[in-house]
Design a protein around this ligand. Structure first.
Ligand code: H79
Length: 488
């Protein structure tokens, strides 16, 4: 018996399984340009980002002028990609900026609409793959300064959104079809190498310029970093990131900026997330919480199937406000931010579909936003078919929000609470505050507690998702792992 206890003690002292796995993994490859931090950022700026829940993306540039058409021909790709289409000569596209004159553009109106939608941060395209700059960059003539419009658009956006209390993050594509030194494939000849060096310097100068001109911005959202030429510059890109962070403390950068020295993107050779949040979820959501790897992440989503810039003729399924709210709550229930894309037209108008979405989502967020902002994953409740759990800690315990998208026919919202976890003391509708009765449904074979929350027959949410709040008087301090065990 003594021997057994001794053995057990040695085992426990020697290595708790998790940290052992991590240590072993960390030792396996010493990386120069992998993740520079293990685990989540713990500072106030990152916490602020994490609590946003809902964001807005805006794709705007000269591609909004053709709007997915050229000389009467329909372009079936994403509107912001139209320059790459064989149906349009590059030279014709590269001269479109001479017509860029969005007379209806009103940054303050956009910002007010975003505020009323409940958006907490904006990601704005400073420069997409075509290379056209929406700020008057010193480093190229291909900017808004050379257009009939003439004025700085990025500056107006940063000021207007910041004034509405909305954080601004700058989208920047490292693809630049307008720069002679840009290339996707690795440079091979000396000439190509020299040209690419010029492009690198240009890119660095523009990023430094953006952070210098717009000190209010909170982060950079990179795109295009899958290029082999960029991946091969891992050490240089890493140094650039260090430089940008040093000049702008608190800067938030996602995983789509740089690769490690082995060409791994998003997650380095040791499996650790590169930079501050996982940026892989473009137009899709993780299928479950386990798929998120427990890191911070965002999901950027188009309203139609795959159009970011303005396309005058959307084909295929167009999402409803209900769809987008469902995705938003699902994202937050898995610790993600959800970012809805808008593609204003060439005159500077937000299209009617997006105006409708902003109004509908905003109306819902005004009444139910508490279930989104500052909320995170709830580990001790099992996902149910009626909707999603989100939660946050309170002074004395915890509040869990159940957002219902599929109201069960028998009006019973079934809940399974992990054994050992706290039980709620009361429940109420978030909108209006009416009490919601609940009954004890006993325990299941895993010894988890079953509860049923009873929606009154005459309750009418007007066809909209609704939220039931559960108040817990003590913290529900269980872990994902223990719930996992409870289910096996
Ligand atoms: O700005 C929007 C899109 O225009 C942009 N990102 C969003 C936010 C975007 N650019 N490209 N893509 C999205 C996807 C492109 C994938 C491809 Fe590829 C690039 C297909 C071929 C080259 C990925 C990289 C797959 C193969 C290489």
């Amino acid at each position: 018996m003594k021997k057994l206890i001794l053995l057990a003690a040695i085992f426990v002292l020697a290595a708790p399984p998790e940290s052992f796995a991590q240590a072993a993994r960390r030792e396996s490859i010493a990386l120069q340009h992998g993740a520079h931090r293990i685990g989540k950022r713990a500072d106030a700026e990152m916490q602020r980002w994490r609590e946003h829940g809902l964001g807005q993306f805006i794709h705007w540039g000269v591609y909004a002028i053709p709007g997915g058409h050229w000389e009467g021909e329909y372009y079936a790709g994403a509107a912001e990609w139209i320059r790459s289409w064989s149906g349009i000569p590059n030279e014709a596209y590269d001269n479109l900026y001479k017509q860029f004159d969005p007379v209806d553009f009103d940054a303050r109106q956009w910002a007010r609409q975003a505020r009323d939608m409940g958006v907490k941060y904006l990601i704005f395209t400073t420069k997409h793959h075509d290379g056209f700059c929406l700020w008057p960059s010193r480093y190229t003539k291909y900017t808004v300064a050379g257009s009939p419009y003439g004025k700085d658009i990025v500056g107006q956006i940063v000021d207007a959104y910041t004034a509405e209390g909305i954080d601004v993050h700058l989208y920047f594509s490292i693809i630049d079809w307008n720069h002679r030194g840009y290339r996707s494939a690795r440079p091979e000849t000396a000439e190509q190498r020299a040209a690419y060096e010029e492009f690198k310097t240009f890119t660095r100068n523009q990023l430094v310029e953006l952070l210098t001109r717009y000190p209010a911005v909170k982060g950079l959202w990179f795109d295009g970093s899958w290029d082999a030429a960029w991946i091969a510059e891992a050490a240089w890109v890493d140094a650039l990131g260090t430089e940008l962070r040093a000049m702008h403390p608190g800067l938030v950068i996602g995983s789509r900026f740089r690769a490690d020295e082995f060409g791994n993107r998003h997650y380095d050779a040791n499996g650790d997330l590169i930079d501050d949040y996982d940026q892989t979820w473009e137009r899709s959501l993780p299928e479950n919480f386990a798929q998120t790897n427990g890191v911070d992440w965002d999901c950027v989503m188009t309203v139609p199937e795959n159009q970011w810039g303005y396309h005058s003729d959307w084909r295929g399924y167009v999402k409803t406000p209900y769809d987008l709210l469902e995705m938003l709550v699902r994202a937050v229930s898995m610790n993600g931010n959800f970012v809805v894309n808008f593609g204003p037209d060439g005159r500077g108008n937000i299209r009617p579909e997006e105006t409708y979405i902003a109004a509908e989502m905003g109306a819902w967020m005004r009444r139910n936003g508490e279930a989104i902002y500052g909320c995170s994953h709830v580990a001790q409740m099992k996902q149910q078919g009626w909707g999603y759990f989100t939660g946050k800690n309170t002074d004395k315990g915890k509040r869990v929000y159940m957002t219902v998208f599929n109201r069960p026919l028998d009006n019973h919202l079934r809940v399974e609470i992990e054994r050992g976890a706290a039980l709620p003391s009361r429940a109420y509708f978030l909108d209006g505050g009416a009490e919601v009765e609940f009954v004890d449904g006993g325990r299941n074979k895993h010894n988890n507690r079953l509860l049923r929350f009873v929606i009154p027959d005459n309750f009418d949410s007007g066809g909209k998702p609704f939220v039931v709040v559960l108040e817990f008087d003590r913290p529900t301090d269980t872990t994902d792992e223990s719930y996992q065990q409870a289910r096996t």
